[in-house]
Ligand binder design. Structure first.
Ligand SMILES: Cc1cc2nc3c(=O)[nH]c(=O)nc-3n(C[C@H](O)[C@H](O)[C@H](O)COP(=O)(O)OP(=O)(O)OC[C@H]3O[C@@H](n4cnc5c(N)ncnc54)[C@H](O)[C@@H]3O)c2cc1C
Length: 281
């Protein structure tokens, strides 16, 4: 649908003003970077509400090292921020170079990206970094990013206002991998992991994967399999064997192929993280 369907464009300067407009019905849509809306604006949309003037464009680092990103922070801002680059194994940077193109990353906001919630390389990485989101739906609420998708909070009427990444600890190593048919294609599958090797044994293990279209999911069964393990070949194989993969078939690849890719990517991510944590290759 062309954007000529738009009859009104609002730029409120406070969150209550945004919320007031949003409640007018399904013809009203929030706009972050506008990159998705510009090519796939739903036909019922007549009014856009731009979040550019609400003050959601800052990255703040707290004394404890946690990092809070306003929803209008762009993917380029994230890629270039020193504290985000310093997160375990440079995993934010490792992932972000694969997201679309530099021009897209200059426009796309992290709030728009997460609210969109599909075909995402960013979501698996934020899941393994244990990110949480703040949203406004008449009042401010917080939820882990995992719950935001798992409990369908992303499907309800809300304004995503901020994302917080807790401080990393020493000894954590992470990895992100994706598979796509060309550099600019969306990934057919992707995966991220983070492990904390304490005296050669895994303390924390987080794994997230996506079999393509849908938002990535955490993998609690595989994560439990790794805790207290030595992250040996057998431990990695056991963790991969209990992955729960919700892949889909389309014109690009079958669900079976995407599942196979996702399993392979998780195994490779775990090997990479082990190597990065100094636990051998
Ligand atoms: C050509 C192209 C290629 C891409 N390739 C990749 C890729 O390889 N990897 C990848 O991970 N991603 C990719 N993306 C997705 C991209 O990273 C962005 O997520 C996406 O374009 C949306 O970001 P935006 O800020 O422009 O959202 P917008 O277009 O502004 O909004 C998207 C949706 O979110 C809603 N929304 C916006 N902000 C908020 C908010 N704060 N709270 C609640 N709802 C909100 C809007 O109403 C809309 O429904 C691609 C996108 C395009 C267009």
């Amino acid at each position: 649908m062309p954007l000529t369907q738009i009859q009104a464009f609002h730029r409120p300067d406070h969150i209550e003003g945004v919320w007031h407009l949003l409640q007018e019905g399904p013809g009203v849509r929030l706009m972050g970077g506008g990159s998705e809306l510009a090519i796939r604006c739903p036909s019922e949309v007549r009014v856009l509400v731009d979040l550019a003037h609400v003050g959601l464009d800052r990255i703040e680092v707290a004394d404890d090292g946690s990092i809070t990103l306003g929803a209008m922070v762009t993917l380029t801002d994230m890629m270039e921020h020193p504290e985000l680059r310093a997160l375990p194994s440079g995993v934010v940077q490792e992932m972000m170079v694969h997201v679309g193109s530099p021009l897209l990353r200059n426009a796309a906001s992290i709030g728009g990206h997460l609210a969109r919630g599909w075909l995402s390389d960013v979501i698996p990485v934020l899941l393994v970094l244990d990110a949480s989101v703040e949203l406004f739906d008449g009042e401010y609420r917080t939820a882990t990013l995992d719950r935001y998708y798992r409990d369908g909070i992303n499907d309800g009427l809300h304004i995503l206002t901020a994302i917080t990444i807790p401080p990393a600890s020493n000894g954590q190593a992470a990895a992100f991998l994706r598979f796509s048919r060309s550099a600019y294609d969306h990934a057919l599958a992707n995966a991220a992991c983070l492990v904390d090797l304490e005296e050669a044994h895994v303390g924390t293990a987080r794994i997230a994967l996506s079999g393509g279209f849908r938002a990535a999911t955490r993998q609690p069964a595989s994560e439990s399999q790794l805790v207290e393990s030595g992250l040996t070949e057998a431990d990695i194989a056991a963790a991969v064997s209990v992955l729960e993969i919700d892949a889909h078939s389309d014109w690009l690849a079958s669900a079976e192929y995407r599942s196979h890719l996702a399993r392979t990517l998780v195994g490779r991510c775990l090997h990479l993280a082990r190597e990065r944590a100094g636990g051998g290759s």
